[in-house]
Every structure is written in structure tokens, then in C-alpha cells.
Design a protein around this ligand. Sequence first.
Ligand SMILES: O=C(O)CCC(=O)C(=O)O
Ligand SMILES: [Fe+2]
Length: 261
Amino acid sequence: MKWEPYNLVKADRALGGTLGAHRLDLVKILHSVPAARRKAFFSPQQCRSMVARLTQLRALWSRDYDGEQYSFPDNFYARANGRGQKAYFSNRAEANARMSEHFPGERQQLLAYLTNLLPGRHVRVRPGWLGPAFVIFPAGELLSHEPGPVHIDLEGLTGLDLKAREASFFSVICMIQPAQEGGGVRLWNRRFGGTREQEDEFLDAARRAPNEAVEVNYDVGDFLAINSLSPHQILKFGGGRDRITLNAFAVADATSCDVWF
Ligand SMILES: O=C(O)CCC(=O)C(=O)O
Ligand SMILES: [Fe+2]
């Protein structure tokens, strides 16, 4: 019943390769285990530097869910669940330009790593969308009182045949500034295979089986990829430090992988 996230570093070493040398296939991995991780993908110095730049850009953060969380430069699912998607798409070119201006190396590093983990596929920012972006959960806000909702990541998958493409959707989280206490993620080893109408029922069943879930903690710089169709939940956190991640969603088929946030 209990499982552990797939260890990308260990697997790569076992294959005798330099990390991510076109030997591992993230899509296949996430078919058999709901999550894969690489510890310290970004160095502590890189993370400190990103936090410093983000802090300077504070005035440009997007306020999502009434201030429960923020994003830089933007967040599709927050728009889709809140103020509407139109602003996301009209803001998209400027948002991508902001990421390229302020975080060019980090964005590239993440896309390059995904390319290594997805042999045979062309990895790109989904045309017309924003690429990887930051999410900030402020200390003392909602997540300090209660965990986030149990959910799967279906936003942005409109029009795709979920059943046929199962397990080729994944969500990437890079921990840039962990919370002082807690703030990990709880994951269930289940995959949604139904239609959107069955989503609530599926999530209720996961909520009723808390003993099945595994908790994954983050250290600074950690990379975690999760199957977007496996239920997950951010755990509450304490302390006076904001929880900051660099995130992306992805859809992959045999030849391509489109990434957005
Ligand atoms: O920040 C995390 O640990 C998970 C984020 C998440 O669930 C999401 O972005 O959909
Ligand atoms: Fe999620």
C-alpha cells in the first residue's frame, strides 16, 4: 500500500548515466507511481537569488483567491476559478516576457530537464499560454490554518480526451522557499479515469481513504513531478516564511510535451 516517490537521481545512477541522459521516461514512470522527485534540482544559492528577485517584483504579483495565494506573473487555474480566463490570455505575452526577463536561466533549466526526462518529445511552452511560473502562499494565510483541498489538476485540459491520454498529464513543482514547518504534499496512489462529471465522486472516495495517502516533504530546490490525475493536497504550514514554488503543468504524447502554468 505505502509507496515512495520515484527517485530520479538514484534511478539515473543505477543506469550509469549522467542525470537525465535520455534514459528515463517521466511519462512511463508516472504511469506506475504517482510522483517522481529529484532532490536539490535548484541549488540553495539559485533559490535564494530567485526569492530576492521575486521579492523585488512584489508589486507585480497577481493576487489570487482573495490573497490566499499569489502568482508571478500569472496562474491559469486561479483565473479559471476566479476572475476568468480572458485576462490570462490577454496578459500572456507580457507575462512570458516578464519570466524571460527576470528568470531566463531557471526557466530554461527546468525545460531542459523535462526534455531530458521525456525522450523523443519536443518540450515547449504551450503555444498561446504562459510557461512555468511562481506560486506564493503567504505565511499566516489560509494554508497556515488548514490544508489545501484534495484535488486533481484538470484545469487547462479542456477538449482533450482524458481517458485516452491518461497518465500523460503531469504537474511539476520546484520548491524555491519551503515553509518553516510542514507545507508538504499528500498524495494518493489512484488515478482519475472518468469523465468530469465523476470528478467529485472520485475525490470524495480519496478523502474517505486518508490512510492510503503518502506525505512528501520538500527541501529547498527539490523537483517533484506528479501525475495530474492522482489526488493530492498541499499540507498546512507554520512559521513566518512564505511558501514559494516554481510550477508547471504538462501534457505529453509520443512526440511532444506542452508546458504551461
Ligand atoms: O505546491 C504543491 O505542493 C502542489 C501544487 C499543486 O497541487 C498544484 O499546483 O496543482
Ligand atoms: Fe495540484
